[in-house]
Design a protein around this ligand. Structure first.
Ligand SMILES: Cc1cc2nc3c(=O)[nH]c(=O)nc-3n(C[C@H](O)[C@H](O)[C@H](O)COP(=O)(O)OP(=O)(O)OC[C@H]3O[C@@H](n4cnc5c(N)ncnc54)[C@H](O)[C@@H]3O)c2cc1C
Length: 385
């Protein structure tokens, strides 16, 4: 069986590893980046922690998987009749294809956002943000307000890390910016709107204690080079960081004849995660319950590998059963909040559990030894602003 996987993120890489472990056919992994991006630690890498914990070369992940061919290419279209994925460099024939392209940033049409804001979703985003902070420190021109847009887990963890990073940088370089602060803006009535009200309350208290200004029920209206407009009021800043909106990868809307899209743009799939004959869509791209975070993406990848194995060995296929996973958010060094099925932990223990989740995440991709190495890289500072 010729299996082509498109996308070298959580779902695509996990699918390739699981198929390889089961010795299923020839596996080709196509990705437009030659590294795997570990999103869960990007907030830390953006604020002075190691690049190594967030960027893992695909070559390294697949070094002991000779049956996986990793191709650096960008898929541009699919021809289901000829069973071909067209890439920018060449075409790839498949018997079965797994699409795992992840999501893309959307600014909901807010004026000036695309031109002026920073982000932490890609490696380019991180480098741009790091350079910006570095320049501000060198010129001793820090902003009074560092504005983070979106108080989901990414915005909250970035707020905590950025607050501590700015304060330690100010102290280290003896900068005269004691009034610098982080402002977190959220349109919903509470922070962490997809987590429990308990999470919002406890994490809200922690943010307040750290001196982070939280504006809930506040919509961002526009962004310019040196200010952001929030609910009609200008906040002077040269640093607004967008963590708010994502949309489905535009690849799917280019093929309305093949993919059935839900109103939110994600792909509807059947109980085997199949969108059309021999085309499987997994991870952030589909409408399956709980899709949108890393663990469900990896669970779907494992499922598809098992499903292919059942097909090859002519066993009865079993449907995919989605399940929820623990969610956790670190808020500054040594403090975290985690919750699962109505049970939560906060503070030092919460931070410890969240760190264990990260270690378990690395173990999905690399050996125990390598996972520990990546995990420990968190404690090694990358840049000295
Ligand atoms: C900043 C941030 C922090 C996050 N933190 C957490 C967290 O703490 N816990 C958690 O569970 N989830 C977290 N998430 C969500 C999680 O990262 C996603 O749910 C997960 O990455 C989904 O996996 P995926 O494989 O569907 O997509 P991705 O991991 O995004 O992978 C998509 C891959 O496809 C590649 N690609 C895209 N288009 C093409 C193309 N046309 N051709 C070839 N390759 C292509 C991309 O380069 C990428 O490698 C976070 C997300 C972000 C952005």
């Amino acid at each position: 069986m010729n299996v082509v996987i498109v996308g070298g993120g959580f779902a695509g890489v996990k699918a390739a590893l699981e198929l390889s472990k089961r010795h299923i056919g020839r596996i080709t992994l196509i990705s437009d980046e030659d590294y795997f991006l570990h999103h869960a630690t990007l907030y830390a890498t953006a604020t002075g922690k190691s690049m190594a914990e967030s960027v893992i070369p695909l070559k390294q992940i697949f070094e002991n998987h000779p049956n996986v061919t990793v191709v650096h290419d960008k898929a541009t279209s699919i021809d289901p009749t000829r069973r071909i994925i067209k890439g920018a460099k060449k075409q790839y024939h498949y018997d079965k294809v797994i699409m795992a392209l992840g999501s893309v940033t959307t600014y909901f049409g807010i004026k000036g956002m695309a031109e002026h804001c920073y982000g932490i979703k890609s490696l380019e985003d991180i480098k741009k943000f790091q350079n910006h902070i570095h320049e501000a420190v060198v010129q001793n021109k820090l902003d009074k307000d560092y504005v983070i847009i979106g108080a989901g887990p990414t915005g909250v963890e970035l707020a905590g890390a950025l607050c501590q990073y700015l304060h330690s940088t100010i102290k280290l370089h003896r900068l005269n910016h004691s009034n610098t602060r982080v402002t977190l803006v959220e349109a919903a009535p509470r922070i962490l709107p997809r987590m429990s009200p308990t999470a919002s309350r406890i994490v809200g208290r922690r943010l307040k204690k750290m001196g982070i200004r939280v504006l809930t029920n506040h919509k961002v209206e526009a962004l310019d080079d040196d200010y952001i407009l929030v609910e009609g009021k200008k906040i002077d800043t040269k640093t607004a960081i967008w963590t708010s909106g994502v949309a489905n990868n535009p690849f799917f809307s280019k093929h309305p004849d093949i993919f059935d899209l839900a109103p939110n743009g994600r792909v509807n799939v059947d109980e085997y995660l199949q969108a059309a004959k021999n085309i499987y869509v997994i991870g952030d791209n589909n409408t399956v319950k709980y899709s949108g975070t890393a663990w469900p993406a990896m669970a779907q990848a494992s499922f598809v590998a098992k499903h292919f194995s059942r097909i090859v060995t002519k066993r009865q296929p079993k449907p995919f059963r989605p399940r929820s996973y623990m969610s956790g958010v670190p808020v500054g060094e040594g403090w975290g909040y985690v919750e699962w099925l109505g049970v939560y932990a906060a503070g030092k223990f919460g931070a410890w559990v969240r760190r264990q989740m990260e270690l378990a995440g690395y173990r999905q991709f690399v050996s125990r030894k390598k996972a520990k190495e990546l995990w420990r890289a968190h404690n090694i500072p990358e840049i000295d602003a």
